[in-house]
Each structure stands twice: as structure tokens, then as C-alpha cells.
Design a protein around this ligand. Structure first.
Ligand code: TMP
Length: 213
């Protein structure tokens, strides 16, 4: 792909870790610098993503293995569709900031399914485009649940202390496994939002040097 392509930055973490605040801050900062960027999320707003949202809310039921497969299918559609696909944006030089990506699939579905199998499900997406940086915002499950208590009326499928603890452990085992091949930034999410935003920007601003020239 051309060198002047947009960068692809993903945010990861357990539910309630503060991703949305940081995505908003990063986008605002990039816009203020006139860097072309857009924000997106997974499960996506596409047809498979909408089905997944129904499974997460409890409106629809599906086996964990079915969910794992749907998340990977949603990811391919999110990458490739010509309506709002990630690939067409980066090809046009637009930087894409994505709320959750492949590491969420490993960490959440890896609790009950084999990581090797999930890796296989995502192999095609990995050949097409890989994130320039995965930003993981780390908070303890107790902290995330306390935050969600204050802001949400409804708990989604995975939003229990037991599951979030397993998911967080799973994220950390992934970092060991993928540290050679992926660019993963781990940020302490217990700091205040300004400090987190600064840490993130200091670590990733070099990625945008080309488009600032
Ligand atoms: P969020 O919109 O608050 O980030 O919630 C999305 C939920 O979907 C969250 O509980 C994590 C879950 N998820 C998976 O389990 N696997 C995946 O591959 C992705 C992208 C999300």
C-alpha cells in the first residue's frame, strides 16, 4: 500500500476502561492539527455488527463460538465494505481510529475458545491491513464496573466482574504472544484523562509525521 496511506489506530481494554474519552481526545487533537481522520468502532454499524449488538444486549442468543465467528466476519466487512470501510479510508490518506479490533476478539472470545482458532478466523483480515498501533487502556475490573454503575442502566453480556477479570488476564497473555509482531501500547488507565491523552499522543505522534509535511 502507498506510503502516504492513512494510519490505523485501534483502542482496546475491558468495558468501562475509558476508551471513548481517549478516542474523542485523540480525534479532537488530530482535527486541530488538520490531520484527516475518522472514528469507527466494532462491533460495527454494519449488518453483522448490528446482529452482534443484539447478542450482547441479550435480545438475541448465540453460542460463544458463533459469536467468535460473527465478530471475525463483522471485522472483514468493516475492513472491506465500500460504504464506510476502513481500507478505503486509509487508502485515501484518512487516519482511522477504531474502538476495538482484533485483540478484542482474542481477549473476549479467548476466554472460552482456542486462541489458535480465533487467529485462524482473523487471518484474512491480518493479511489485508494490520493496525499501526493497538492502544490498550488498562484498568482493574473493579474500577471499570464502578464507572459503568454510574453511567449505564443496562449491563451487556460480558460486563460482570468474573468475565472482565478473565478478559483482562487474556489481554495480558496476548501481549506476551504478539509483542514481536504487533505494536502494542499499554497505558495505565487509572491516571486522569489528560495524563492518559498526553501519554498516548507522545507515543504515537511519530506515526503522523508524513502527513504533517
Ligand atoms: P463496547 O461498544 O462498549 O466496546 O462493547 C462492545 C462489546 O463487544 C464488549 O463487551 C467487547 C465485545 N467484543 C467482543 O467480545 N469481541 C470482539 O471481537 C469485539 C470487537 C467486541
Amino acid at each position: 500500500m502507498a506510503e502516504n496511506r492513512g494510519r490505523f489506530i485501534t483502542f482496546e481494554g475491558i468495558d468501562g476502561c475509558g476508551k471513548s474519552t481517549q478516542i474523542h481526545r485523540l480525534k479532537q487533537r488530530m482535527e486541530a492539527m488538520s490531520l484527516p481522520c475518522c472514528e469507527t468502532f466494532e462491533p460495527s454499524s454494519g449488518p453483522v455488527g448490528s446482529m452482534l449488538r443484539q447478542c450482547l444486549s441479550g435480545r438475541m442468543k448465540a453460542d460463544e463460538r458463533t459469536m467468535a465467528t460473527l465478530f471475525a466476519a463483522d471485522r472483514l466487512d468493516h475492513l472491506l465494505n465500500d460504504y464506510d470501510g476502513i481500507l478505503q479510508n486509509v487508502r485515501q490518506g484518512i487516519h482511522v481510529i477504531c474502538d476495538r479490533y482484533v485483540l478484542s476478539n482474542y481477549a473476549y472470545q479467548g476466554v472460552s475458545a482456542s486462541i489458535d482458532w480465533i487467529e485462524e478466523l482473523n487471518s484474512e483480515a491480518g493479511k489485508i491491513l494490520r493496525p499501526d498501533c493497538h492502544i490498550f487502556i488498562d484498568v482493574e475490573p473493579e474500577v471499570s464496573l464502578e464507572r459503568m454503575e454510574k453511567t449505564r442502566f443496562h449491563r451487556d453480556l460480558y460486563e460482570t466482574k468474573e468475565r472482565l477479570t478473565q478478559v483482562r488476564n487474556c489481554y495480558f497473555s496476548l501481549f506476551d504472544r504478539f509483542q514481536e509482531e504487533e505494536n502494542i501500547l499499554i497505558v495505565d488507565g487509572s491516571q486522569n484523562a489528560d495524563a492518559i491523552a498526553e501519554t498516548i499522543w507522545d507515543s504515537i505522534s511519530f506515526l503522523f509525521e508524513e502527513s504533517r509535511k
